[in-house]
Ligand binder design. Structure first.
Ligand SMILES: Cc1cc2nc3c(=O)[nH]c(=O)nc-3n(C[C@H](O)[C@H](O)[C@H](O)COP(=O)(O)OP(=O)(O)OC[C@H]3O[C@@H](n4cnc5c(N)ncnc54)[C@H](O)[C@@H]3O)c2cc1C
Length: 388
């Protein structure tokens, strides 16, 4: 496609955030085209995501909530630190919602969004690897691989997950490299999960178990060397190591499947807009999965962009006034999500002698103070300053 006519909005990346933005912006009355690098809108990814209650509300509104059998509700979260006192349990009741969150495969989420895009007859071009986005005074120019295709748009939305294209368009993001990577897999135990998720902080990094179908999705962070060694272990030896790390609070681990790993970094784009261009989701901020905030925050970026684009005339789309409103609307929530995640990773993973004591006190205080638990749960579910 080489299209000299200017489109309203072009979204680069049809992952979960780009697809959600496409649905919202099309509903706000704008013409939307999605350019996705994969050969199909369906993904083949091993991630399991915990989706906050607030995100469910947004996805349902977009008609993109997966089928019931693909989703497992989290009714409570049990938080502890290895080798030290202190624990807290955050419940859905504390937060006044039916479930704190919902666990699903990345693939199921992407599939539900792809179905909704199809029903809304939104233009989607697959196999389109965008190579360059040029922000200009009047519009943005987008170039991709299919026969040197290009088009212009009033607004280019980068939702490419934070790859080289984002850096080339918005500048090199600020990056803190964690010394950890995340091992993911599925584990069965000899006890039913009853909707309980576990978050356990250890000096070498957090371990999370998320209830999913009849088993748990495991996210276990550690150095790349340690994680690769864990993946190479025979199943019985791996389960013994996990049991030792995690204790028996979830029962005895029986089997593990699908072990693989993801790199972890914190990448934050300082200035998320350029004339007629904006980056959202992981393109704007890539975070450690410890607090399950990455997609949830990205989805709120998409919802925020939809809100500011509501009622904006075509010739003002992507203009400085609209983009300034977007930046202002998202600043607090973005900062809170990034800071909370970074504090959890660094605050619970280092070895200073007094820290375990302070963390233990913090967890104990949370277990005694329902108001604190409720406040934390609501921030994790709805974000900050989202008007809920
Ligand atoms: C192990 C792990 C566990 C996680 N758990 C959670 C969790 O429990 N809860 C949570 O909220 N978040 C979690 N996250 C974070 C979450 O996965 C991300 O925040 C989310 O996937 C971001 O969505 P996105 O659409 O911005 O980017 P992505 O999911 O990366 O999608 C980007 C899309 O853009 C496409 N693309 C890339 N480059 C181009 C290009 N040049 N041209 C066209 N298309 C392109 C890609 O093919 C892809 O489809 C986790 C992450 C990891 C690694």
């Amino acid at each position: 496609m080489s299209d000299t006519a200017s489109k309203d909005i072009v979204i680069v990346g049809g992952g979960p955030v780009g697809a959600a933005a496409a649905l919202g912006l099309a509903r706000a009355g704008h013409g939307v085209t999605v350019l996705e690098a994969r050969a199909s809108m369906l993904a083949d990814d091993r991630r399991t995501l915990a989706i906050a209650y607030g995100s469910k509300v947004i996805l349902e509104d977009l008609g993109a909530w997966p089928e019931a059998h693909e989703v497992t509700p989290i009714t409570n979260i049990h938080v502890t630190q290895r080798g030290h006192f202190g624990q807290t349990i955050i419940t859905a009741e504390d937060a006044g919602v039916p479930a704190l969150g919902y666990v699903m495969r990345y693939n199921a989420l992407v599939e539900a969004l792809a179905r909704a895009l199809n029903s809304a007859a939104i233009e989607v071009v697959t196999g389109a690897v965008v190579e360059r986005v040029v922000s200009r005074d009047q519009d943005a120019e987008i170039h991709w691989n299919q026969g040197a295709a290009s088009c212009r748009a009033r607004l280019a939305v980068l939702a490419d997950g934070g790859r080289e294209l984002t850096a080339a368009t918005f500048g090199t993001p600020e990056e803190s490299r964690y010394t950890q990577v995340a091992l993911v897999g599925q584990v069965h135990t000899d006890q039913p999960h009853h909707g309980r998720a576990y978050e356990r902080f250890t000096p070498s990094g957090p371990v999370a178990l998320l209830p999913f179908a009849r088993h748990y999705a495991l996210v276990w962070t550690g150095t790349q060397e340690a994680v690769e060694a864990l993946i190479a272990l025979p199943e019985a030896a791996f389960l013994a190591r996990l049991q030792d790390y995690f204790g028996d609070r979830a029962g005895q681990f029986l089997d593990v499947s699908g072990r693989s790993w993801f790199p972890l970094t914190l990448k934050v784009v300082k200035q998320v807009t350029r004339p007629h261009a904006v980056c959202i989701g992981n393109a704007a901020q890539t975070m450690h999965p410890v607090a399950g905030q990455g997609f949830n925050l990205g989805l709120r970026d998409a919802a925020g962009l939809t809100r500011v684009a509501q009622g904006v005339a075509r010739d003002a789309l992507g203009g400085s006034e609209m983009l300034a409103r977007y930046v202002a609307a998202r600043a607090r929530d973005r900062r809170a999500g990034i800071n909370l995640t970074h504090a959890l990773v660094t605050g619970f993973s280092n070895h200073l002698p007094l820290l375990p004591l302070l963390r233990g006190q913090a967890l104990t205080a949370m277990s005694l103070l329902p108001v604190t638990r409720r406040a934390l749960a609501r921030v994790m579910m709805f974000g900050v300053g989202a008007g809920r």
